[in-house]
Design a protein around this ligand. Structure first.
Ligand SMILES: *Cc1c(COP(=O)(O)O)cnc(C)c1O
Length: 376
């Protein structure tokens, strides 16, 4: 895509807090590696904010999921249930551990994993449910937790898209055995690249710290009992994270306002489904502003996205379902499964710019462009 001076990118971060000061401190003191004190401060800060005992910061949200699967000891012969509409990182973590991803469709009302579809997919091999909060509303967690208790399953909560959001007055990322976060630039907290695993169990936390750091041993550093990874985060990234944690509450208010603005400005556009409404268990904080084209619209998401690009508006398609991924089909996974709503989301859904750095003028231009594309 060409970037012109007035092109509106799908996301621009807002770094308006102590980012520069904290990063400068790293540089002035020479503490730039993962040994610096911002890592610990960011881990403790986020864990406390979310309501967890332990935080283990890592290089990105993808490896946070790898770590989650590893610390729970999930491996060959095991199955993990997850939504088919999600980022590849979720299924990849399961597959790389040698376990089998088992997917469910999404719910048309919330665009999140269909909680009602989970139980029928539980087998004697199921070890965990991976609940992934999608776009703007959390997964309905209570029924997921009930099922996990009933069938003795672990819960992995991927809260990457829902940092600071609440489900029934508890923060997303405080549910389940372990939860994961991403701090990619479009997330509510960004460190450029970064991620975190949160948990309450001290044993799991210790295991995660060891796996993150090549399983070096305290007494005999270069003698290894297990294989780990280098998933460490740098002090520079953690410095950004701490600054972003401080501004998170005000940024979440901006996100919600941005979403409400688009919702009212696009309410009368024919053929356009707007993001899910607030639910009794959670407000929509509009991490992104996703829309779906109804059947009457004669083009699909790609058609809409290229028409918007011509008008200088950046967009992003929805996730392509896991059960339709060539890489997994080639591995013999998923067979001939169909999950109609997730398939429809992939073909008819996309999101418009919603970065925190957006100006009023840019918002107006986005609305005008969407209206022009759908009401020519
Ligand atoms: C962004 C994201 C990830 C991956 O995070 P990276 O930091 O980009 O590796 C994982 N899960 C979800 C739900 C995400 O939105």
């Amino acid at each position: 895509m060409t970037t012109t001076s007035n092109f509106i990118p799908v996301n621009e971060p807002l770094l308006d807090g102590n980012e520069l000061g904290y990063v400068s401190e790293c540089i002035k003191t020479g503490w730039i590696s993962s040994e610096g004190s911002f890592v610990d401060r960011f881990e403790k800060g986020l864990a406390e904010f979310i309501g967890r005992c332990h935080g283990i910061a890592v290089a990105n949200g993808t490896v946070a999921l790898d770590l989650a699967v590893a610390v729970l000891g999930i491996g060959p012969g095991d199955e993990v249930i997850l939504p088919t509409h999600t980022i590849i990182s979720c299924a990849a973590a399961i597959v790389r551990a040698g376990a089998k991803p088992v997917v469910v469709d999404s719910d048309p009302t919330t665009w999140n994993m269909s909680v009602a579809a989970i139980e029928s997919r539980i087998t004697s091999r199921t070890r965990a449910i991976m609940a992934v909060h999608i776009f703007s509303l959390p997964v309905d967690m209570d029924p997921v937790l009930d099922l996990a208790r009933k069938h003795n399953l672990y819960v992995i909560e991927d809260a990457s898209q829902m940092i600071g959001q609440s489900y029934k007055n508890r923060r997303c990322g405080s549910f389940g055995d372990v939860s994961t976060f991403s701090f990619y630039p479009n997330k509510h907290i960004t460190t450029g690249e970064g991620g975190m695993l949160l948990c309450n169990d001290g044993r799991l936390a210790e295991r995660a710290r060891s796996f993150r750091n090549l399983c070096f041993q305290p007494g005999r550093r270069f003698v290894h009992e297990e294989l780990g990874w280098n998933f460490r985060i740098s002090n520079l990234q953690a410095a950004l994270g701490l600054a972003q944690l401080e501004t998170l509450p005000s940024h979440l208010i901006l996100k919600r306002k941005n979403g409400e603005y688009f919702r009212s400005a696009l309410a009368d556009v024919p053929g356009l489904d707007l993001p899910p409404l607030d639910q009794p268990y959670a407000l929509n904080l509009y991490w992104v502003f996703g829309v779906m084209l109804q059947d009457e619209v004669p083009f699909d998401a790609n058609g809409a996205m290229s028409r918007l690009a011509e008008k200088g508006i950046g967009t992003r398609s929805f996730f392509w379902p896991m059960h339709e991924q060539p890489v997994f089909i080639k591995m013999g996974l998923f067979g001939n499964e169909h999950h109609p709503f997730a398939e429809r989301m992939a073909r008819r859904g996309f999101y418009i710019p919603s970065g925190l750095g957006m100006t009023e003028e840019q918002r107006t231009r986005v609305v005008e462009a969407v209206r022009a594309v759908l009401m020519p």
